[in-house]
Structures are given as structure tokens and as C-alpha cells.
Design a protein around this ligand. Structure first.
Ligand code: 3AM
Length: 177
């Protein structure tokens, strides 16, 4: 199965984020039920490894924290924007959680994540977006803020790739303290 570790959000937050969507030709908007914040992408693993990963995550102890969603940004590849996202305010407890997840996963044999952690919630994937519209969209929502909202759990998600949108399912919930 294909797995990642992340945060899920209350339906009200997802609805608020969904209200931002629209107005960029060439954008594929993420369905609101799929909004999440990836702490660590794992990828395809056999069932036995998934079990081990679950035990490592269940043994992890980390603190609950308030999270503020703030601002917008894009990821780009080869000068071409590929992903539009909502960011979060700098948050040492979120980073501490992410680091603990990383250590737990490495102990189970996962390769270290080399990419910098840029916490975000993907709103849309972009294929040749209308550049002017994208810049305008990001600028007009730059002051977007939501929260603080309490983060009291993190999740092991499964991801099934679909033709239209992938289906992300929170498989296990782990409490923060
Ligand atoms: O949280 P976002 O939407 O940025 O793009 C995938 C999604 O990112 C990403 O993991 C999240 C949950 O599926 N993802 C997919 N394949 C990946 C890979 N090979 C990947 N991240 C890193 N490496």
C-alpha cells in the first residue's frame, strides 16, 4: 500500500479552504475531503512494513499544539508552477512532531527524507496555469489566515491513485499529548 503521515483537518476548515478555490484556468483543484498536511511521504510498502510503521508511530510521544494556517505559495519545477498551497505559521511543535515521525520511520528502515520540510496544504495541482491569474490569486490571498486550531492527532494515510483525484484515507489516528 501507498502511505504517508499527515494531519487531517475539521470539516469547517476544509470548507473554508474550499471557498478559496476557483479562478485559475489550468488548475486541478483538490477535492475538499482530500485536504491534508503531509508530515512525511512514505510511498509504496508491503503490508508487513506498514504494520511495523504503524507500531513505530503508535510508540511516538509528541505534544499537541495550536496551528495557524497563513499565506499562500507555489511549488515549481523547471520554472513552471506545479502546486498551489496554503501555508502555516512557523511552528516549532509541528517541526518537533515532523522530526519525531522522521526518526521513527528511519528506525523502521525508511530512507531518510532529504527534502526540506515546507508544511503546506495543497489546494490545486497546476498544469500550464494562466501565469497572470496564478500570480494574482496568490497575491490576493497572501493575507489569508485561519485558526489557531488545536492539533491533537496525526494520521497514517493510505493513498490510492485515481484518474481524476487520488483517494486519501486516514487509516490510523495517533494522539498527541
Ligand atoms: O501533501 P502534498 O499534496 O504536497 O504529492 C503527494 C502529496 O503531497 C506527495 O505526498 C503527498 C500525499 O500523497 N507525494 C507523492 N509522491 C511523492 C514522492 N515520490 C510525494 N512526495 C514525495 N515523494
Amino acid at each position: 500500500m501507498r502511505l504517508f503521515v499527515g494531519l487531517d483537518f475539521p470539516w469547517e476548515t476544509k470548507q473554508l479552504l474550499a471557498s478559496l478555490a476557483g479562478g485559475i484556468p489550468g488548475a486541478r483543484w483538490v477535492p475538499p475531503e482530500n485536504y491534508h498536511l503531509t508530515l512525511r511521504f512514505i510511498g509504496e510498502v508491503p503490508a508487513h512494513d506498514a504494520e511495523e510503521i504503524h507500531h513505530a508511530l503508535a510508540a511516538l510521544r509528541a505534544r499537541a499544539f495550536p496551528l495557524v494556517l497563513a499565506g499562500m505559495g507555489t511549488f515549481a519545477k523547471g520554472g513552471q508552477a506545479t502546486q498551489l498551497w496554503v501555508g502555516v505559521e512557523r511552528n516549532p511543535l509541528l517541526e518537533a512532531l515532523r522530526n519525531k515521525v522522521e526518526i521513527a520511520l528511519q528506525r523502521t528502515g525508511c530512507e531518510p527524507e532529504r527534502r526540506r520540510f515546507t508544511p503546506h496544504i495543497t489546494l490545486a495541482r497546476l498544469r500550464e496555469p494562466a501565469a497572470g491569474k496564478l500570480v494574482g490569486f496568490v497575491q490576493s490571498h497572501n493575507l489569508f489566515r485561519a485558526g489557531p486550531m488545536p492539533v491533537q492527532h496525526f494520521f497514517l494515510f493510505s493513498s490510492r491513485l485515481g484518474k481524476e483525484a487520488s483517494v486519501y484515507t486516514p487509516e490510523v489516528e495517533y494522539a498527541l499529548h
